[in-house]
Design a protein around this ligand. Structure first.
Ligand SMILES: [Zn+2]
Length: 447
């Protein structure tokens, strides 16, 4: 019935598109970097901060989430067309008191963020990205481990010869514990210093080094957001270069493709809105997450004379794509999925009427009516698409921001790119699916 997207796509165009995508991934490894990228692209395309007004506007929330909009010909009360993705990805965050010395090595304590398999994060090169805000409010942006001349960091694993008892009998998931994700950070000390017993010479050396080279004191690390991410670059994968392999494609593939789509919107019928939210990987909590009132406040600010009844009309008439990735079927682990309802790489963008788990708990389920509208748009534009759910009944599950948007009484459907190795440090997407995701989002905005 469905055909592989490669059989109809222009390969050169698809490859050109993914070249731009790889550049974006290499620049954007944290939610703040994603937001900065979006703002700079939006400004290049004539968008202004919401307080300056105009047809093309954007608003940044705390540097960690952003909403971009193009006002349509129709009144706002006739509803919006929203595509909402998330800019955060699983990673290791530094704890508030990260630096310590043990066996004359300096290390950093981390607390992982989002759903990871902890054993993925040992023995790979890692980079440090983030901000340190000093007591006087001065903000330092750090990126260490991306330039070829930079040092990288790592979590050291135990050699197999000694691991039999400590790791060998454990279940795979528990092989590395959260408190074992300690970053190797340094090992030098001052020349010929006579140390007193108990003095932490290595830690002291590192603190002095941080102060002299970065102007950072130990207490500054309390008011910092330092994220440890893989330091390797996005790469073409496969002998035919048909895939992109990279960290953070969940959900930056949907951020990039929907950003491209809204930047190309010129004179839409309905007001088009792009959201790149934060905190999705930990339940959408906090002011920058999708559960926050920030989105509602943005809509109120867009309205000429905000009235609660008008706001209700805006929400009731709004249609949303929750733009998030799906799990493609992995030939080596097919048993995790039910093949008739699993996404396949190369078969285009995936629509999911529901996510959740076991008996459809914890999900909005898109109506048949709205699903039919989406189908019509995709088919009319000859876009490769597939319908799927996440895993076998009672065995798999997951969630997206769809249900939080649906709570406004809006129609919401999940629609995004299938990945292999989702939530691993090196996720895989088909270039054909990336391109079809972009075309699907563009068609949705255009109606
Ligand atoms: Zn996601």
């Amino acid at each position: 019935m469905k055909e592989n997207a490669w059989s109809k796509l222009d390969k050169d165009e698809v490859f050109r598109f993914s070249d731009g995508y790889r550049i974006f991934l290499n620049k954007c490894k944290t939610e703040r970097e994603v937001v900065d990228y979006i703002v700079s692209e939006a400004e290049k395309h004539g968008f202004l901060p919401i307080e300056k007004g105009g047809r093309k506007i954007y608003e940044v929330n705390r540097g960690k989430s952003v909403i971009v909009a193009v006002k349509g010909r129709k009144d706002l009360r006739e509803g919006l067309r929203i595509i909402a993705s998330h800019a955060d990805s699983p990673r290791l965050d530094l704890k508030p008191n990260p630096l310590y010395e043990d066996e004359e090595l300096a290390l950093l304590k981390t607390h992982y963020y989002g759903g990871i398999k902890k054993y993925h994060w040992v023995s790979i090169p890692l980079a440090i990205h983030g901000v340190v805000v000093k007591e006087n409010g001065e903000k330092l942006n750090l990126v260490i481990g991306e330039d070829p001349e930079d040092p990288v960091f790592t979590v050291c694993d135990l050699l197999p010869h000694l691991a039999k008892k400590i790791q060998g009998d454990k279940k795979l998931f528990d092989g590395i514990a959260g408190e074992e994700l300690n970053i190797l950070f340094g090992s030098m000390k001052e020349k010929k210093k006579e140390s007193k017993k108990g003095e932490q010479e290595i830690k002291n050396f590192i603190l002095k080094f941080l102060e002299e080279n970065y102007g950072i004191k130990e207490e500054d690390l309390v008011s910092a957001e330092i994220e440890i991410v893989p330091s390797f670059k996005a790469r073409d994968v496969g002998i035919d270069k048909s895939f992109v392999g990279a960290y953070g494609q969940d959900d930056r593939v949907c951020v990039f493709t929907s950003l491209k789509a809204i930047l190309e919107v010129e004179d839409p019928e309905y007001t088009c809105v792009f959201i790149a939210t934060d905190r999705e990987e930990i339940g959408s909590e906090g002011p920058t997450g999708m559960k926050s009132r920030a989105f509602e406040n943005f809509v109120i600010k867009m309205m000429e004379s905000p009235d609660i009844k008008d706001l209700v009309s805006v929400f009731e008439n709004t249609k949303v794509i929750s733009a998030d990735v799906s799990a493609g079927i992995n030939p080596t682990f097919k048993d995790a999925q039910e093949k008739h309802n699993a996404a396949k790489l190369g078969y285009g963008v995936v629509i999911e009427r529901y996510t959740g788990a076991g008996g459809k708990y914890s999900t909005n389920e898109t109506t048949a009516e709205f699903t039919s509208e989406i189908r019509r748009i995709l088919n009319k534009n000859n876009i490769s698409w597939q319908a799927a759910e996440l895993g076998k009944v009672d065995e798999g599950g997951g969630g997206t921001i769809a249900k939080f948007l649906a709570n406004y009484n809006m129609d919401v459907i999940d629609c995004g790119t299938p990945l292999l190795g989702m939530h691993s440090p090196f996720e895989i997407a088909s270039k054909a699916d990336i391109y079809e995701t972009y075309r699907a989002y563009k068609a949705f905005y255009e109606g």
